[in-house]
Design a binder for this molecule. Structure first.
Ligand code: FES
Length: 216
């Protein structure tokens, strides 16, 4: 016992090499555990909240545009809502010669031009979307009228909800050839849910101006 007391006193405040390695090992474990916990929390937290771009947007049916009327702008979600029906054609929306199926239903169209990413706008005087950067033009449903845009405007996935905000069966956007088709409005629809985290790129289709020989 006397030897031990003398030895401890002789060492004073210094630590042995073995103790030092233990401390380093313990600190490494603690650091690793902290990093793992942080990653787990980051992974479990939702990335996007409802009402933020990247998340879901719930919109009342009262906000929906009339059939083949000017689109409704949803700036926070970076999309336009359109209500299409080529069985009731007008200046804003009518079938092109290569379209055999009627285009009927609601779509949520991404507000970024498919050419180089500018923000285009609805031009009331011309009844179409027009991009200020290089002049691309699009029909109400997003199909190209004039280039240089390489394809139709992109669309977000959407579905209709009832008054209790429950999804209405068979109203989720249908994936047709890797593009979201417009969704027909069900009788009991009270809200539209648009998922801005789920986007499909528009297809390349012939320019609408080519059918009327009006391409610049
Ligand atoms: S970015 Fe729209 S036409 Fe070029």
């Amino acid at each position: 016992m006397a030897d031990v007391a003398v030895s401890a006193e002789a060492k004073g405040g210094s630590i042995s090499r073995r103790e030092f390695l233990y401390y380093i090992w313990g600190a490494s474990i603690a650091l690793y555990a902290a990093q793992f916990s942080g990653l787990l929390i980051w992974f479990l937290l939702p990335r996007f909240r409802e009402g933020e771009f990247g998340g879901r947007f719930i919109i009342s049916m009262e906000e929906l545009p009339e059939v083949n009327a000017e689109p409704v702008n949803v700036p926070a979600g970076r999309f336009w809502l359109v209500n299409l029906d080529t069985t009731q054609p007008n200046e804003l929306m009518k079938k092109a010669p290569d379209e055999t199926e009627e285009i009927v239903g609601v779509a949520a169209i991404y507000k970024v031009c498919t050419h180089l990413g500018c923000i285009y706008a609805w031009t009331e005087a011309n009844n179409r979307f027009e991009c200020p950067c290089h002049g691309s033009k699009y029909r109400l449903d997003g199909r190209r009228i004039e280039s240089p845009a390489p394809r139709t405007l992109d669309r977000f996935r959407m579905e209709f909800l009832d008054a209790d905000r429950n999804p209405i069966p068979d109203t989720l956007s249908e994936d047709v050839n890797d593009f979201y088709a417009p969704v027909r409005i069900p009788d009991n629809a009270a809200f539209i849910s648009v998922d801005t985290g789920d986007r499909k790129m528009g297809p390349s289709q012939d320019l609408l101006c080519s059918f009327t020989n009006e391409c610049p």
